[in-house]
Design a protein around this ligand. Structure first.
Ligand SMILES: Cc1ncc(COP(=O)(O)O)c(C=O)c1O
Length: 391
C-alpha cells in the first residue's frame, strides 16, 4: 500500500502504521497505550467556560470518539473524520448538510437497500429530488445531472451486485456540474481504496462492516478533506446528535488495527471462493470484481489494492433454489450484515434489499450474497459445495 498522506507536516507513514497509531496517543494521565473508554457525558469546568482539554459534553466531543475520528481521517487521507451511531446516521447527517428542498441527487442503480430507503422514503419527503443512474456508465451519470444536482452518490463495489464505478471519472463529471461526489467505501475499506485521493469530496462508511470487523458494533463515518465542509458536517453532527458512543468508538478503533491483515485474507479467500463458484454447475453467474470477466475488473484493478471479501452469485432454479442454498449453509451463517471475520450468507431480495422491491434497484430473485470471512478457505469451499449440492 502506498504511504498515507497526512496533514500534520510529519513524514508520511505506511497504511498499517497509520491504522495502529493514528489517534492512538498514550493516555496523558496513566500512560495507557490504548485510548481508554471515556464513558462519560459531561466534564468538570475550571470556572465557567474553563474547559480542560476542550471537552464540555459528549455529544459535542468525547476523547474516545476523537481518537477514532482522527484515525478515520488519517486512514482515508482526509482532514476531518466524524463518527456516528450507524452508517445510516452518517448518511442522514451528510444529506441534511449538503441538501436543501429543491436540490437534486444522482443515486446509483445498485446500492444498500437502507440507503435507497433513506432517499426514497425520507429525503424525498423534504423536497429533495433524486434520480437513478448506472454509475458504472459515465455518460449515464452525465445525463442524469440536472442544473439542480448538488451531489452524485456512488457505492463501489456496490451492494449487492458488486458493480464498479470509476471514481476519478465520476468526480470529473460531478465537479464540472458543481456537484459534490460522495463515495460509500464500506465494501472496500480505506485499505483497498482511497476515494478522496481519486477526487471524491466525502467518503461514507458503515463502520459496522469491515472497519469494526467483528460483527459486534454498529457505527458510521464521514471523512472529507475539505475543511469548510468538515466544519459544516461537524456542526450538523452535534446539532442532530446521532454520534458514536465511547464504547462503540473504542470497538471500531480496536478493529481498525487489524484492518489491513483482515482485508488481505478476506480478498484471498474470496478469490478462491469466486473461482470455485465459476466452475460449479448450479451457478449461473458470479459477481466478483476480481474475476477477469467482471465488466468493472480493469477499473477495480486500477483503483483498488485487492478485490475485497464480498461475492454475489446466481443459481439455477430461481428464488426458491437460492433460498434453499442459504438455508443449507452451515459454516456460512445465514444473516444480514457483512465484513466480520466470520462468513455470512444471505438472500438480498428477501433480506437486506427487500426495500428495493418494485424499484429501479430491485435485485434478482435468484441472487445470493456472501461475506467471505477469514476462516480456513477449504472449510468455506466445502460448506458452499454441500449447500449447493451436486444434483
Ligand atoms: C454499503 C453500505 N452502506 C451503508 C450501510 C448502512 O450502514 P448501517 O447498517 O451501519 O447503518 C450499509 C449496511 O448494510 C451498507 O452495506
Amino acid at each position: 500500500m502506498s504511504d498515507t498522506h497526512n496533514h500534520s507536516g510529519s513524514a508520511p507513514r505506511g497504511f498499517e502504521t497509520t491504522a495502529i497509531h493514528a489517534g492512538n496517543t498514550a493516555d496523558p494521565v496513566t500512560g495507557a497505550v490504548v485510548p481508554p473508554i471515556y464513558q462519560v457525558s459531561t466534564y468538570k469546568q475550571d470556572g465557567v467556560g474553563g474547559l480542560r482539554g476542550g471537552y464540555e459534553y459528549s455529544r459535542s466531543a468525547n476523547p474516545t470518539r476523537t481518537a477514532l475520528e482522527e484515525n478515520l481521517a488519517a486512514l482515508e487521507g482526509g482532514r476531518r473524520g466524524l463518527a456516528f451511531a450507524s452508517g445510516l446516521a452518517a448518511e442522514d447527517c451528510l444529506l441534511r448538510t449538503l441538501l436543501s428542498p429543491g436540490d437534486h441527487v444522482v443515486i446509483p442503480n445498485d446500492a444498500y437497500g437502507g440507503t435507497f430507503r433513506l432517499f426514497d422514503k425520507v429525503v424525498s419527503r423534504w423536497g429533495v429530488e433524486w434520480s437513478v443512474a448506472d454509475t458504472a456508465d459515465i455518460a449515464a451519470v452525465r445525463a442524469a445531472i440536472t442544473p439542480k444536482t448538488k451531489a452524485v452518490w456512488v457505492e463501489t463495489p456496490s451492494n449487492p451486485l458488486l458493480g464498479i464505478t470509476d471514481i476519478a471519472a465520476v468526480a470529473q463529471v460531478a465537479h464540472a456540474a458543481g456537484a459534490k461526489l460522495v463515495v460509500d467505501n464500506t465494501f472496500a475499506s480505506p485499505y483497498l481504496q482511497q476515494p478522496l485521493a481519486l477526487g471524491a469530496d466525502v467518503v461514507v462508511h458503515s463502520m459496522t462492516k469491515y472497519m469494526g470487523g467483528h460483527s459486534d458494533v454498529v457505527g458510521g463515518a464521514l471523512i472529507t478533506d475539505d475543511p469548510a465542509l468538515g466544519d459544516d458536517l461537524a456542526y450538523h453532527q452535534n446539532a442532530m446528535g446521532a454520534v458514536a458512543g465511547p464504547f462503540d468508538s473504542w470497538l471500531v478503533l480496536r478493529g481498525i488495527k487489524t484492518l489491513p491483515v483482515r482485508m488481505d485474507r478476506h480478498s484471498e479467500n474470496a478469490t478462491r471462493v469466486a473461482e470455485m463458484l465459476t466452475r460449479h454447475p448450479r451457478v449461473t453467474q458470479v459477481l466478483y470484481p476480481g474475476l477477469p470477466e467482471h465488466p468493472g475488473h480493469e477499473i477495480a484493478a486500477k483503483q483498488m489494492k485487492a478485490f475485497g471479501g464480498m461475492i454475489s452469485f446466481r443459481v439455477e432454479g430461481g428464488e426458491e433454489a437460492a433460498v434453499e442454498v442459504c438455508n443449507r449453509a452451515k459454516l456460512f451463517t445465514l444473516g444480514e450484515s457483512l465484513g466480520g471475520v466470520e462468513s455470512l450468507i444471505e438472500h438480498p431480495g428477501r433480506m437486506t434489499h427487500a426495500s428495493t422491491a418494485g424499484s429501479a434497484l430491485e435485485v434478482p430473485a435468484d441472487l445470493i450474497r456472501l461475506s467471505v470471512g477469514i476462516e480456513s478457505v477449504d472449510d468455506l469451499l466445502a460448506d458452499l459445495q454441500q449447500a449447493l449440492g451436486t444434483d
